[in-house]
Design a binder for this molecule. Structure first.
Ligand SMILES: Nc1ncnc2c1ncn2[C@@H]1O[C@H](COP(=O)(O)OP(=O)(O)OP(=O)(O)O)[C@@H](O)[C@H]1O
Ligand SMILES: [Mg+2]
Length: 435
């Protein structure tokens, strides 16, 4: 039995300004979302710079076929991927619940969608009416310690003061589980601040994630710009928002680029994502991404998979890969790399979250190498990528020291980093470029 059908308005930011993009209908039963449908606005479809809400169910490739039509999500799903990617994930939901003083997961999906503020990931905003104003949802970088305090109270389930509760919207529009917030620096650049979590134990997670992102850059990967900010006796990781760019003219305009996750491109339910693989992402890239960037995206995705093996980043789920709307080329390409965290485990046989080759999730280079054709890679190119990533990750300790990671942190995380001999057969090693 459907309790309520709600009508929401989806706005898209084009050229620095929000315009109505379409109408979203959601059927809800209590806090459970049952079904959605979406119709693009006719004026939006006429705009030359319209951004696609998602490439799977809401493609703008054939505008005349969708004019005036209510569209539904693919594969019997209850939500559109492109809308779900603009909704808060676990952390954002906790922030909204703390602000509204309600229990965890008790709100209908439409409320989470409406409460995430206008600084959410991507180019969309979801509003209750056409005349609802933009709701900025970021803090000044100078107030990081204040926002961190609020985040820690939410994590601990403690009540937050009225003042803190008003600024907590800054954490509600961002995905992922870890505590975070949007902050703006003096140049008006927007950053995602990732905080230490109460249950990190002895691990200085922000410093380790920072050093791992920098290591990935040294391995030749395309990585989001990042820096580490001391706040009191803690560290906060700042990652520059890749879904924003800024014009350099005196009156700087913030341009928003829409973002969808690999979960959206693979078009499955989150509960099924455990059965998916990097090859499914590669197939989706071929199907939905820009022809101009398909080859380089596949190569980059393969290199990220190899990097994840070497550093035991086994939280490489479908939402930890994303795609950005390219305004000039009017299509999708792989976003910069984000959220890489080495996992120190004792087991020598390890597994990734996604399948990486014919032997499923087994974290070996042989398994990944056997899948190279699915990424369109020659034997020579696959070997050279493996070698390139190994040449950087083999020196991780020196790099981590240079990036300022403390000695006890380096020894605490060292089990995560793998030697090539432990994940590669002697036959495969022989095919790699010689040092
Ligand atoms: N630099 C960035 N610019 C724009 N969006 C980003 C950026 N970094 C991450 N994102 C988006 O924000 C989401 C949350 O970020 P991230 O994955 O780093 O958080 P997390 O809490 O560590 O995630 P998880 O729950 O996977 O551990 C990502 O899924 C991605 O959509
Ligand atoms: Mg994540």
């Amino acid at each position: 039995m459907v309790n309520a059908t709600k009508e929401l308005f989806v706005f898209a930011n084009l050229g620095g300004e929000f315009v109505p993009a379409g109408q979203l209908q959601v059927d809800e039963e209590g806090s459970r979302l049952i079904a959605s449908s979406f119709a693009y606005g006719l004026r939006y479809l006429d705009r030359g710079n319209a951004q696609e809400v998602d490439p799977v169910a809401l493609s703008l490739k054939n505008k005349s076929a969708i004019k005036g039509k209510y569209l539904v999500p693919p594969n019997g799903l209850e939500a559109f991927g492109g809308i779900r990617d603009a909704a808060p994930d676990s952390w954002g939901r906790r922030v909204i619940e703390a602000r509204l003083k309600v229990p965890a997961n008790s709100l209908p999906e439409s409320t989470y969608l409406l409460e995430a503020g206008s600084d959410r990931i991507g180019a969309l905003d979801i509003r209750a009416s056409l005349d609802q104003e933009e709701r900025p949802a970021h803090e000044s970088i100078h107030n990081l310690s204040y926002v961190l305090e609020g985040a820690q109270r939410i994590e601990a389930g403690l009540p937050v003061s009225e003042v803190l509760s008003r600024i907590l919207i800054v954490g509600s529009g961002l995905g992922g589980m870890r505590p975070k917030a949007s902050v703006r620096d003096d140049e008006k650049i927007l950053w995602m601040a990732k905080f230490p979590a109460n249950n990190d134990g002895a691990f200085d997670v922000p410093s380790i994630e920072y050093a791992t992102l920098k290591l990935a850059e040294l391995a030749g990967l395309n990585v989001a710009q990042t820096k580490l900010e001391p706040v009191g006796n803690k560290k906060v990781l700042l990652v520059k928002r890749f879904d924003r760019s800024w014009t350099t003219s005196a009156r700087s305009i913030e341009i928003r680029h829409h973002v969808v996750s690999a979960l959206t491109l693979v078009a499955c339910h989150e509960s099924e994502s455990n059965t998916k693989s990097y090859m499914n992402i590669a197939d989706a890239i071929r199907r939905y991404c820009l022809v101009q960037t398909v080859k380089s995206d596949l190569e980059e995705l393969y290199a990220r998979m190899i990097f994840n093996l070497f550093v035991s980043n086994d939280d490489d789920h479908l939402r930890n890969h994303a795609f950005l709307w390219n305004q000039e080329l009017k299509g999708w390409s792989l976003s910069p790399l984000y959220d890489v965290m080495p996992h120190a485990v004792i087991a020598s046989e390890r597994y990734q979250r996604l399948g990486i080759g014919p032997q499923g999730k087994l974290a070996t280079l042989d398994n990944a190498y056997s899948a190279k054709e699915r990424f369109g890679l020659s034997a020579q190119l696959a070997s050279s990528i493996i070698d390139r990533v190994w040449q950087a990750t083999r020196q991780w300790k020196i790099y981590f020291e240079n990036f300022g990671v403390a000695a006890d942190q380096i020894s605490g995380i060292s089990l995560a980093f793998r030697h090539i001999d432990d994940i590669c057969s002697t036959e495969l090693i022989k095919t790699l470029p010689k040092d």
